[in-house]
Design a protein around this ligand. Structure first.
Ligand SMILES: [Zn+2]
Length: 223
């Protein structure tokens, strides 16, 4: 089945730069950062999440508002995210049942502050009756259209490498997101929900303890 609904595209400002949203009447088709490489990445945590000034067609407004609200909560306090915030995703154009299930399994089972591996995700897929290997999960995530909502940045290779975010072009973005989510950070960070906890200026994540660097100073000072 292919989604035959008319779609509309909107640009949303966010702390990690502008994100393009494509929606139809039935739901969100995709969310993706507009920058194409790390070279253009300059996070600014105080940037408010909002649609770049444009009138939103009534037929799309419900799904646009829902998606903006999800990102607003994610970037202000992801601990508040619950099922009520979940934007409706239109996956009618996606032929592969396996891919859809990989995306939903990841979104439902890996919370902010946690990471998983391709193999770990495949084990969950096996428990749902799917067959396949870790590489199949990797292929499904490589074409994930729902950036951040389906958190493929939380997936690390078992080898202990950092992985290739957007084919390796946006690894700094992945690093920022993991740090923002407090992966490997102390309890104080979780309690205060303060980005870049002073006790954790650098953190180690993953099986081989990959070191995450300090965030962009501009993001910290809010200037
Ligand atoms: Zn659709």
């Amino acid at each position: 089945m292919v989604c035959t609904e008319k779609t509309a595209t909107y640009v949303m400002h966010s702390p990690i730069g502008d994100i393009q949203l494509v929606v139809c009447q039935k739901g969100l088709h995709s969310s993706s950062q507009i920058i194409s490489t790390d070279d253009d990445f300059c996070p600014y945590q105080k940037q408010q999440v909002k649609i770049k000034s444009v009138d939103i067609d009534d037929q799309f407004s419900k799904h646009v508002k829902q998606t903006v609200m999800w990102f607003r909560v994610y970037f202000s306090n992801y601990f508040d995210l619950d099922d009520n915030h979940q934007p409706k995703l239109c996956m009618d154009s996606i032929q592969s049942v396996f891919r859809k299930n990989v995306w939903m399994t990841l979104a439902q089972n890996t919370q902010p502050g946690e990471t998983t591996t391709y193999g770990g995700l495949m084990t969950l897929m096996h428990s749902k009756g799917f067959s396949g290997c870790a590489q199949a999960v990797g292929s499904a995530l490589a074409v994930n259209p729902f950036q951040i909502i389906v958190p493929c940045h939380r997936v690390l290779p078992k080898s202990g490498e950092f992985g290739q975010y957007a084919k390796g072009k946006k690894n700094k973005v992945k690093e920022w997101l993991l740090k923002y989510e407090g992966v490997g950070c102390c309890q104080k960070r979780k309690q205060e929900h303060s980005f870049g906890c002073e006790d954790c200026v650098s953190m180690e994540i993953g099986p081989k303890k990959i070191r995450i660097s300090t965030p962009c100073q501009k993001a910290l000072s809010g200037s």
